[in-house]
Ligand binder design. Structure first.
Ligand SMILES: C[S@@+](CC[C@H](N)C(=O)[O-])C[C@H]1O[C@@H](n2cnc3c(N)ncnc32)[C@H](O)[C@@H]1O
Length: 311
């Protein structure tokens, strides 16, 4: 029977009937579309109105997360978040803890930028990655050195994250605090926030991190300056964040210094590691790792590389 219907002769014989059915279906569809199109006009208007209302309501909520006044949007996609958690778990172990810490660091970033002066520099996942990785890597002591602070807001956030992990962070900062961000070979201009980079802004942000923030030692100057180095080389640091001069020569000089002042088992964070805008960082890292070094590369989370000094 099936062979009969599918045979060429049968199909030819049935063609007029099939065409008739097709025409009827087409007429029915046209009528239905015609009917709905009149209905659609009014419901379309209602939908459009509703959409407009929702958009208007959504805009102020977006201001909590978008890039207006801080450059980078703080609304990462779910795949970006998951990738950061995976990378973090690889560098610092335990996916569940990584996920929890990333969520806490993300909320902290939004809150501090809402309340503070200026901003934290860089992409959302890179900042969240650093804030999460440092406590998870369990540094050997609570002395932290941040080379290059901009507004001091990252330092404030890191203090909070360390305290959440039950630590008692003591932060030292080195930065020229020159009114704008200084970067050799790059024109930085006025900051996107409109706020000058100065000591008062740094102190206001650090005050948001309570007693440990207020107790932060701020050394104004350049990290390669021997006088500055002498003043802050009075202790072995459990954590050193290299985020000052981003040129290859600048990062190399900071890494050589870090070799001497990092505590046994200490962590060095190389910011903007592998960032296409700052090739000097990876270049300096490769040069430094080819020398006799105490550092072992632990891995990368977003655009930061993590090193641990031998114990
Ligand atoms: C990318 S920003 C730091 C961002 C900050 N760590 C954060 O996470 O928000 C770089 C800072 O390093 C400062 N800087 C530039 N050259 C420096 C140097 N040789 N020593 C110390 N800081 C330097 C810049 O002026 C700027 O304030």
């Amino acid at each position: 029977m099936r062979a009969l219907i599918t045979s060429k002769a049968a199909r030819r014989a049935l063609r007029p009937i099939v065409e008739l059915i097709d025409q009827r279906i087409e007429r029915q569809v046209r009528r239905a579309v015609g009917n709905t199109s009149t209905v659609r006009t009014s419901s379309d208007d209602a939908l459009r109105q509703e959409l407009k209302k929702l958009r208007n309501r959504q805009r102020p909520l977006e201001l909590f997360f978008d890039g207006t006044g801080r450059g980078a949007s703080r609304l990462p996609s779910a795949p970006h978040l998951n990738r950061t958690i995976d990378e973090l778990a690889q560098v610092a172990g335990d996916r569940d803890r990584a996920e929890r810490t990333v969520a806490q660091a993300f909320r902290l970033l939004i809150a501090l930028e809402a309340l503070g002066v200026g901003r934290i520099a860089g992409g959302t996942m890179n900042i969240v990655g650093k804030l999460s990785a440092v406590p998870l890597l369990d540094p050997p002591n609570d002395e932290i050195l941040e080379i290059g602070t901009l507004y001091g807001m990252f330092g404030a956030a890191l203090i909070r994250m360390m305290e959440r992990a039950g630590r008692d962070p003591r932060l030292t900062i080195v930065d020229p605090l020159a009114g704008t961000q200084l970067q050799p070979g790059a024109t930085m201009g006025d900051d996107v926030t409109g706020t000058p980079v100065r000591g008062a802004a740094v102190r206001t942000n650090l005050a948001l991190a309570g007693a440990a923030g207020a107790a932060t030692r701020i050394q104004q100057g350049f990290s390669e300056d021997p006088e500055v180095r002498l003043l802050v080389s009075d202790r072995a640091y459990g954590v050193i964040i290299v985020d000052g001069d981003h040129s290859a020569a600048g990062v190399l000089a900071d890494l050589e210094w870090a070799e001497r002042i990092v505590a046994p088992g200490g962590i060095v964070v190389l910011d903007d590691f592998g960032h296409p805008k700052w090739p000097g960082i990876k270049e300096a890292f490769e040069k430094h790792m080819a020398t006799e070094t105490r550092f072992t590369f632990l891995g990368q989370v977003a655009h930061s590389g993590y090193l641990r000094a031998s114990a």
